[in-house]
Design a protein around this ligand. Sequence first.
Ligand code: ZN
Ligand code: ZN
Ligand code: ZN
Length: 375
Amino acid sequence: MTGTAPVPFTADDYKARMDRAARQAADAGLAGVLVAPGPDLVWLTGYAPPAVTERLTLLVLAANREPVLVVPTLEAPDAEKATGAPALALRDWTDGKDPYALTAALLDDRGRFGVSDNAWALHLLGLQQALPKTSYVSLTEALPMLRAVKDAAELERLAAAGAAADAAFEEIRNVRFSGRRESEVAADLAALLRRFGHSQVDFTIVASGPNGANPHHEAGDRRIERGDMVVLDFGGLKDGYGSDTSRTVHVGEPTEEERRVHDLVREAQEAGFRAVRPGAACQDVDRAARAVIDGAGYGEYFIHRTGHGIGVTTHEPPYMIEGEERPLVPGMCFSVEPGVYLPGRFGVRIEDIVTVTEDGGRRLNDTERGMVIVD
Ligand code: ZN
Ligand code: ZN
Ligand code: ZN
């Protein structure tokens, strides 16, 4: 099952995004935005080069001028096929020519520019050398909310990715856990995500027993035993948009304490979800979830932020973290994923992707949040 393909984005969609970026850059006092191959370029133009190499490819956006894509001549035919290409001027450069001089001619020579986070230092240094009076700031720092508010077509993709991840969970809860290695269950999860339409698997965390107390444990050689709690956290991209969900299952009957901690995290996740509404601050979601865990005396064991945005990547702004005062806006999508991590013993994390609606929040994951018992 891969579901039906979503309605494709159009050249107009990409033009609107490029206009938005140029406008936001001007509002932020920037002379423009420079975008290297990666998620920002895909989101803005629909273009992903066949391979990212040392040859410069760079989108230049500035207010009051046509967007320009600087591209190696040998890749220009691919770039021309991008859906957003009609809204762009292509400037190609051949091997032996200086791409920085070509790009510099497009830029305000004293400007401050937002640069996509994954631009290579090689290219930024080349530009700085060509235009010594320019300065640069990370795009995520300068325009953190550029991709944060999703339109209807994006939300549809995120919902479909969430449903596919949920379908993977419904299958994995029925496989055998005890006696198998974490890495084997992780491989099952990856195969399921692909079976349900993911083109890319970003992570398949299977953290059993004491490994569950490390939120970044991926999956290793440990053999899962009866009595283990197992944190499952998995996601990737389907039709260009991300999924990311966590459930914590138990192999056989849990102890009273394991149940209590699982119930606590579930309650915290529910509280975080209920705090989602337009105008609330991002930090309010974190505070709501954290208050529940603090109140039960487990505050010191909740060692990460409550959530992160998701879109064409599986981790991006906005962040649900203390100190993030920016308001929630309808169309934003992010995780609500509190956890409790007891060193040397076990961990619990429960995570749904949530989107902000006009009057609250809507979950894009909806599998069982109570403790699921596996074999
Ligand atoms: Zn147990
Ligand atoms: Zn996750
Ligand atoms: Zn997450």
